[in-house]
Design a binder for this molecule. Structure first.
Ligand SMILES: [Zn+2]
Ligand SMILES: [Zn+2]
Length: 387
């Protein structure tokens, strides 16, 4: 036996739309999977409160639920079986509250708030946006890549071709709004009368209602689907950039316009490099004698190995610049640079032979000049554009 949706949300039977929204937001924030480390009980609760919310926030579904209980909600609901899976529940939450885990700051999804514009009163028939995370390596950032992702979504119902009506039947004009999809109301304010226009609660702005719903999709015009999508990632992207593919999201009910697919990029740190925009820094250890005599050495780049000529007299902290061996400049063309930061390594264990040679060297070497180190750090700061 399913729990009563009013009890699930902890609201009175005559609760307003605003009360229902408020109650749901509070509960959903508490049991959102992002905040509960994938805890199963929280996930179940999140799905349940979302399901209750989807029914009670919608005047048409709520009226059906009030009259016929869960059975009534099922026939008018958007999701055939009326059991949400997690991705659907997350989409509902994102659509209306525009954030993934309700994490303010940190976490990185704060930016979705504006992206989804709060989700209210946009085209009611437009389908949800789908958000996917894309993990990339630095090599993929350097070269650009195509990623294949599998997503759960909804597709136009094949039975009714997305119309929501039984094959052969026609949608009929909505009696509440006379087909306009809007309800106009005169209101009085301090500044006089004005007209408010809102989407019709009976037909959700569509102007028509389905009298004999399709058996397959229950009148929604969509059925669950999974699909594979290829996402082209341009070279040079940065962490938490997102790519929007217009019209690749969930289709709207009854052949409504599709939402977008939004890929949020998550770039794995490459332990070899420090990234500063398009420039990258690599730390190279060299020996005492390489520093003193000069040497030709191999250094890694995102494009494979490159040869670096270390001059004789190289000091710790000096930086060599390999032009255009950094990351591609997104949208500008060209490449950043790879800066190789030198560390002269002092041996910690000496063989007898090494000790003898160094002792000989110590007899003849000069003392280092004063105030040399300050200059070295100036060089590197200049090289990296004052980091
Ligand atoms: Zn159908
Ligand atoms: Zn209407």
């Amino acid at each position: 036996m399913k729990q009563d949706f009013y009890v699930v949300l902890g609201v009175q039977r005559d609760a307003s739309e605003a009360d229902i929204k408020k109650a749901y937001r509070k509960l959903a924030m508490e049991c959102h999977p992002d905040r509960n480390n994938g805890d199963k009980a929280s996930e179940e609760k999140f799905k349940l409160v979302t399901e209750a919310y989807e029914v009670l926030r919608d005047p048409e579904k709520r009226a059906a639920y009030d009259r016929f209980g869960h059975q009534g909600a099922r026939t008018t609901s958007g999701f055939g079986s009326m059991h949400f899976d997690l991705s659907e529940a997350l989409m509902v939450f994102m659509r209306d509250f525009g954030l993934a885990g309700g994490r303010e700051g940190g976490g990185g999804f704060g930016g979705f708030e504006t992206l989804f514009g709060g989700g209210q009163l946009r085209d009611r028939r437009r389908g949800h946006d789908i958000k996917v995370g894309l993990k990339l390596t630095l090599a993929e950032v350097a070269s650009g890549t195509t990623k294949t992702v599998r997503i759960k979504s909804l597709e136009s119902c094949p039975e009714c071709a997305g119309t929501g009506g039984k094959p052969g039947s026609q949608p009929v004009q909505c009696g509440t709004c006379g087909g306009s999809g809007e309800v106009r109301r005169q209101a009085n304010s301090l500044f006089g009368q004005f007209l408010t226009v809102s989407p019709c609660p009976t037909c959700a702005g569509e102007g028509t209602v389905i009298r004999s719903p399709c058996d397959r999709c229950g009148g929604d015009g969509r059925v669950k689907s999974e699909k594979t999508i290829q996402i082209d990632v341009p070279a040079g992207v940065a962490d938490h950039h997102y790519l929007t593919m217009r019209g690749q999201g969930v289709p709207g009910p009854r052949n409504g316009p599709r939402g977008d697919l939004i890929a949020v990029l998550d770039i794995k740190e490459d332990p070899r490099f420090e990234r500063h925009g398009d420039d990258i820094v690599y730390d190279l250890g060299i020996t005492f004698s390489q520093a003193a005599l000069g040497a030709e050495l191999q250094v890694p780049t995102p494009y494979g190995q490159a040869t670096l000529r270390v001059e004789s007299g190289t000091q710790t902290g000096m930086a060599y610049r390999l032009r255009s061996k950094g990351l591609p400049r997104l949208g500008e063309g060209g490449y950043g640079d790879l800066h190789v930061r030198i560390h002269v390594w002092t041996p910690t264990k000496l063989t007898a032979e090494q000790r003898t040679l160094l002792e000989e060297l110590s007899e003849v070497e000069d003392a280092p000049p004063e105030k040399e180190s300050g200059k070295v750090w100036d060089t590197i700061r200049r090289a990296l554009g004052d980091l």
